[in-house]
Design a binder for this molecule. Structure first.
Ligand SMILES: [Zn+2]
Ligand SMILES: [Zn+2]
Length: 205
């Protein structure tokens, strides 16, 4: 049984919410499980539901697999502008509720994700394309085992969790577009640069 959500691991992997993450991400992996745990715990603590609009804001500090589970579960998405990516290379999720003004930050504890020696070696081999069929099968077995273990680990053991004060990021703005002088493609006005009195898009600069 999982201490934080009183489900056993088979239940979590079979749950609609986890399946949706796998559908979106494409495969089951430890990173997706980490993102699943972080997002569900953050929402539970903020007492929030999936965000249909911009009610909650997610700030992630890695663009690894975990970020996909966060988008699926919180409804904070790249396209809605309430999913903010900071390129810090850290498994950190900060979730902020506009309704309550509360925020929660979860950062992974050291060594919680480290694969064992056999797993690490197989990851390298599979990546390099030199793994045999047996090694690939073994890799998938360990990878899936690791994903399950993470789902079963209580959130408190996986993450340092604290509440945070944060000024809500401004809501997404919709700006009118104007054509770029060079390519003619409609471009959000605020993203055009003035060069010799001509408005040029960043792609053409
Ligand atoms: Zn993945
Ligand atoms: Zn252009």
């Amino acid at each position: 049984m999982c201490n934080c959500c009183s489900a056993n691991r088979a239940d979590i992997m079979e749950s609609e919410s986890f399946k949706k993450c796998v559908d979106f991400h494409g495969h089951i992996c430890p990173g997706l499980s980490i993102g699943y745990k972080a997002a569900t715990e953050a929402m539970r603590r903020l007492n929030e539901e999936r965000s249909p609009d911009e009610e909650i804001v997610a700030v992630v500090e890695t663009d690894a697999c975990s970020a996909d589970a966060v988008q699926v579960l919180t409804g904070c998405t790249f396209g809605k502008g309430n999913f903010i990516y900071k390129d810090h290379g850290k498994m950190v999720l900060t979730l902020f509720s506009r309704n309550s003004g509360r925020g929660v930050r979860l950062s992974m504890r050291p060594n919680m994700m480290s694969p064992n020696e056999e797993h690490s070696a197989l990851i390298q081999k599979v990546r390099s394309g030199e793994a045999t069929k047996e090694e690939t099968d073994r890799f998938h077995e360990l990878h899936s085992q690791r994903s399950r273990d993470i789902l079963l680990t209580p959130a408190d053991a996986l993450f340092n969790i604290r509440t945070v004060q944060m000024t809500p990021p401004s809501k997404a703005v919709i700006e009118p577009s104007e054509p770029c002088f060079i390519c003619g493609e409609p471009t959000m006005r605020t993203k055009l640069e003035m060069v010799d009195d001509k408005k040029i898009c960043r792609g053409c600069l």
